[in-house]
Design a protein around this ligand. Structure first.
Ligand code: IPD
Ligand code: CA
Length: 270
C-alpha cells in the first residue's frame, strides 16, 4: 500500500490532470471538426480524436509521472502492466478520458473526465470532472467526498416513496432485461432516466441528486472513480471488482443504502 504522502501527491495530480483534460476536451470540441470525426469501435460505441488526445494527456500526467500502471478506455493497459498484459501493478490508474462520448459528439452537456486510482486492488481515489458544469467531484478512501470542495452525501431516502434511478445501457448486453427493469420500476412508481455517462451517473448518486445508478454491464474505466465517490458519500455499491470485473466489466448497482435490498431484488445485482 502507498503511504499518505504518496496518496496526497496522486490526488493533487489527479485533480490537476482532470481540469487540464477537461479544458483540452472542451477546446477540441470547439475547434476544427476533425477532432470530432468519429471512429466506431462498435455499433453506437464511438471514439473521437479528442478521446484519444485526452487519454494520452492523462497517461502522461499520471501513470508516466508516478511510474504507475494504467488502464484506459482508448489505449487499454499500459505502464508497469503493459508488457505482460497482466494487471500486476500494485498501483493502477483507471481512466476514461471522455465518458459520455455520444453526448460529447452531439453537443449535449453530460460528459466527463473520469480518473480512478486503485491501491493494491482497492479503489482509493476518485475524480470526476463534469466539464460543462465546471463541477469537480473528488473522493479519497476514508476521507469523504466533495463537489467543488463542498462535502456531499447520498440522498438517504429523502425521496423514499418516489426514488429517481438512472438506468444505463449499452449494446454489450441484451435489451430484454433492461426493458423488463423499466417495466418493473414503472410498476413500483419509481422515476428513471438514462443520461449517457456512467461516471456522472455515479457522481450524481454520491451528490444525492439521484438515488441509484444501475447498469447490467459496465467497464472499469467508466466507474472506477465513481465507486470511491459513492462509497465515500455514504452509499452502497455492488461488488464490481468480483471475478475479472476489472478487465472485462461487471454489472453495477450504486445507491443510497436504504434502496439496496429493494433494488438488488429487482435487478439481481448484489
Ligand atoms: C458509456 C457511457 C454510458 C454507459 C455505457 C458506457 P462512453 O461510455 O458511460 O452512459 O451506459 O455503458 O460505455 O462510450 O460514453 O465512454
Ligand atoms: Ca466510457
Amino acid at each position: 500500500m502507498i503511504d499518505e504522502d504518496g496518496l496526497d501527491a496522486r490526488l493533487d495530480a489527479a485533480i490537476a490532470a482532470a481540469r487540464e483534460a477537461g479544458a483540452l476536451a472542451a477546446a477540441m470540441r470547439a475547434g476544427p471538426e476533425a477532432a470530432l470525426a468519429v471512429t466506431e469501435k462498435g455499433v453506437l460505441d464511438l471514439c473521437t480524436e479528442a478521446d484519444r488526445a485526452v487519454e494520452r494527456l492523462l497517461r502522461t500526467k499520471l501513470a508516466d509521472h508516478f511510474g504507475d500502471a494504467v488502464l484506459g478506455e482508448e489505449y487499454g493497459l499500459g505502464g508497469t502492466a503493459g508488457a505482460s498484459g497482466q494487471l500486476t501493478g500494485e498501483r493502477l490508474w483507471v481512466v476514461d478520458p471522455i465518458d459520455g462520448t455520444f453526448n460529447f459528439v452531439h453537443g449535449l452537456p453530460q460528459w466527463a473526465v473520469s480518473i480512478g486510482f486503485l491501491d493494491a486492488g482497492v479503489p482509493t481515489l476518485g475524480v470526476v470532472y463534469h466539464v460543462t458544469a465546471d463541477e469537480l467531484f473528488v473522493a479519497r478512501r476514508g476521507a469523504g467526498a466533495t463537489v467543488n470542495g463542498a462535502p456531499i452525501q447520498v440522498s438517504g431516502m429523502r425521496h423514499a416513496d418516489r426514488p429517481l434511478i438512472e438506468l444505463g445501457w449499452s449494446r454489450r448486453r441484451s435489451i430484454t432485461p433492461y426493458l423488463e427493469l423499466i417495466a418493473k420500476l414503472i410498476g413500483e412508481d419509481c422515476e428513471f432516466r438514462r443520461l449517457g455517462s456512467a461516471a456522472l451517473g455515479l457522481a450524481q448518486v454520491a451528490a444525492g441528486r439521484t438515488d441509484a445508478y444501475v447498469e447490467f454491464h459496465i467497464n472499469a474505466w467508466d466507474i472506477a472513480a465513481g465507486l470511491v465517490l459513492v462509497r465515500e458519500a455514504g452509499g452502497w455499491t455492488s461488488d464490481f471488482l468480483a471475478g475479472d470485473g476489472l478487465t472485462r466489466g461487471n454489472p453495477i448497482l450504486a445507491c443510497t443504502p436504504g434502496l439496496q435490498a429493494r433494488l438488488s431484488a429487482l435487478t439481481g445485482i448484489a
